[in-house]
Design a protein around this ligand. Sequence first.
Ligand code: GLP
Length: 261
Amino acid sequence: MEVIIQPNQEAAAGLAARIVARELRSNPNLVLGLATGQTMERVYRHLVRLHQDEKLDFSLCRTFNLDEYVGLFPSDPNSYRHYMEHHLFRHVNVDRRNTYLPNGLATDLDEECRRYEATIERFGGIDLQLLGIGKAGHIGFNEPLSALRSRTRVKALTPTTLRQNAPLFGGEDKMPRRAITMGVGTILECRRCLLLATGSSKAEVVAKAVEGPITSMISATALQLHRRCTVIVDEDAASKLAERDYYRWIFANEPEWEEYR
Ligand code: GLP
């Protein structure tokens, strides 16, 4: 893992977007894994700006989202399909036929999960996966005790996640109870992972994910097993990391990061 600490939310999201842009420029056929949540909204704003100002081209790339709620129509403002349309797809030149999210309305949800995995495989796997982190340490909707080798499947949402996302639905009783999510194993197979966390509410879980022991109780800890995972945090989210100075030193000295400093 590499940890990069940025002064604030804006700088952290900007750096994540620049990494995505660089990968996309060096491979226009990039298979890009996308995430949702408030943290990602800033990243998408930066990508839209890069598309508008610097002609960042999405026309050949394919996108796969991590997860989708069960039972919501794509037009539902709380569906992740709607989120992606609203924050990214409609503002850039991505071909909608190349954008994939699990179908939470499928009659056979298990079959839909298998189909999603097969589609990812058909396009040669995910090159770069964007990740946020839930307050309980989940990536995608891989709630506590998600098997570290799990694949795309239906997960029941935990009370913590329901509470965290309920305000968007206008109350917990209006929220879907289940979601389809890529598994931890699916995520670990992506060639590169980029996790972004900002704000003091994420400080504790970031410290556990990066410096704590690997445990299925906190699915983000599995990223320690990944060959190429970059964690970008702002000062607030970094505040509980014990080795902050070491991470800063690496970022300041590694030639790989020169263009991003
Ligand atoms: C949801 C998503 C996760 C995301 C998390 C954090 O649970 N399924 O993929 O990481 O929210 O969201 P936020 O960035 O709003 O804190």
